[in-house]
Design a protein around this ligand. Structure first.
Ligand code: AG3
Length: 281
């Protein structure tokens, strides 16, 4: 038995399954967890691979620590999507964070991950975490000046995640942030045509709302092409100039992928990626 994600009509990525643990249809999407030989347990939503136990640390460290190292005094955080809990797990490592509001549209994603993916879901019970089961678009619509950081850890811009890639949602995030606020999100991969379009659309819209809009990258073996992009947007803080490397290093957090040198390198994009971002504007 194999799990296969189609990258294009002519390219597929397959992982051999040891055991199917769950496969259900929620009100919003299909949710499956498979145990695999080489990647541990994997979470699949609507046929797209969301995470594997083997490499999820890369994604979750990069969507979290980059912003935290630019502003280590972040206290109030909003996390949108992220039902597997991996992003919250990384945030809970900061004693200085006081509040984590997590808004996930699909309660069943959280239920499945609590049961089958304790590696990522294990910190959802931290007392600083409040879970809201509703659409992130609706949640953000009436917030103003509340958060230091918003992390949008979504699916691709298809299905229930679509609203999280709109200009009006980015504008609501801008209003929901405090003066030094940062928005970090996953925006897709730079390689296959559908992913490129998603990246270009997200970047163009974020740039039209935030004075600072940058893109950074990570190598994620189980996402299409192994090369993935994240957005960093802010009301003023620059992810390179304002990196507080000494402060972040003094925290003594043990990370498996992120470090403050890689942080700087993450913003040094290959020329073809710079060009596709410019072409999308
Ligand atoms: N969020 C999904 C990233 C995009 C995956 N896309 C794909 N395989 N086509 C990851 C959830 C982890 N918290």
């Amino acid at each position: 038995m194999w799990f296969t994600e189609d990258y294009t009509p002519n390219v597929k990525f397959s992982i051999k399954i040891r055991e199917k643990l769950v496969d259900l249809k929620s009100q919003y999407q299909t949710i499956a967890v498979y145990d695999t030989h080489d990647f541990g347990r994997v979470l699949v939503i609507d046929g797209y691979l969301m995470l594997t136990e083997k490499d999820e640390f890369i994604y979750h460290e990069m969507i979290t620590h980059v912003s935290m190292a630019v502003n280590p005094s972040i206290k109030d955080v909003l996390v949108v999507g992220a039902g597997d809990g991996g992003t919250v797990r990384e945030l809970t490592r900061y004693q200085t964070i006081e509040r984590i509001d997590m808004v996930e549209i699909d309660r069943q994603v959280v239920e499945v991950c609590r049961k089958y993916l304790p590696q990522t879901a294990g910190k959802l019970d931290d007392p600083r975490v409040r879970l809201f089961f509703m659409d992130g678009v609706q949640f953000a619509a009436d917030k103003a000046g509340e958060y230091d950081l918003i992390i949008v850890d979504s699916t691709d811009p298809l299905g229930p995640g679509e609203g999280l890639f709109t200009r009006s949602f980015y504008a609501d995030c801008h209003r929901a942030l405090k003066d030094q606020g940062i928005l970090a999100n996953q925006i897709g991969g730079p390689y296959y045509p559908d992913d490129i379009q998603a990246v270009q659309n997200a970047y163009r819209k974020i740039k039209s709302v935030f004075p600072v809009a940058r893109v950074y990258q990570a190598n994620i073996p189980t996402y299409a092409s192994g090369h993935w992009l994240f957005g960093f947007a802010s009301k003023g803080l620059d992810p390179v100039q304002d990196l507080k490397a000494d402060v972040w290093n003094s925290l003594g957090l043990h990370t498996q992928y992120y470090n403050t040198k890689l942080h700087l390198g993450g913003f040094a994009l290959p020329n073809y990626v710079k060009q596709l971002l410019e072409a999308g504007e």
